[in-house]
Design a protein around this ligand. Structure first.
Ligand code: THU
Length: 157
């Protein structure tokens, strides 16, 4: 028997202002995207923005439905929209913001497992790392690749 260990690295910023211009713009796009959130059931509004190679930004927000499982997270609306409208373009980064009634959570919002799996597959498909910016009121976290959020993705099929 041998034991495997994984090291996960994440940069912690005190605010969005500490980010470089590219990352700050992506965070602002996520905040803008959140205005289209439709969350009458949870009251939790989420916005996401994906930066594509070539500099295009694609926005997404959570979209809920009275048939609850039909709802979709902000991250996946953004990534699926990017994949449909800009096929083959690598996703270089994604920024995420969320909170109740359009507020911003104190701690950064961390994406659900399903969204992490989708991020991981697009990252693998393009062969380019996707950075993840998680926005909170107290801190902004930056992961430089999806593997740091979801090791051992399902890709056995
Ligand atoms: N939500 C997201 O949009 N992204 C996540 O990563 C987690 C949760 C949404 C789904 C639902 O509309 C609301 O937040 C509450 O779970």
């Amino acid at each position: 028997m041998k034991e495997k260990q994984i090291t996960i690295s994440c940069q912690v910023f005190e605010s969005m202002e500490q980010l470089d211009a590219r990352d700050r713009a992506l965070c602002e796009a996520a905040m803008e995207a959140r205005k289209s959130s439709y969350a009458p059931y949870s009251g939790f509004n989420v916005g996401a923005a994906v930066l594509l190679e070539g500099g295009i930004t694609v926005k997404g927000s959570n979209q809920e439905n009275a048939a609850f499982p039909s709802s979709l997270c902000a991250e996946r609306t953004a990534m699926y929209s990017a994949s449909v409208n800009y096929p083959g373009k690598a996703m270089l980064g994604i920024a995420i913001v969320g909170g109740k009634a359009m507020s911003i959570t104190d701690k950064p919002v961390t994406p659900c497992g399903a969204c992490r799996q989708v991020m991981a597959e697009y990252e693998k498909r393009s062969g380019v790392h996707m950075s993840i910016l998680l926005i909170g009121r107290d801190e902004v976290w930056k992961f430089s690749r999806v593997e740091d959020l979801l090791p051992y993705i399902f890709d056995s099929i």
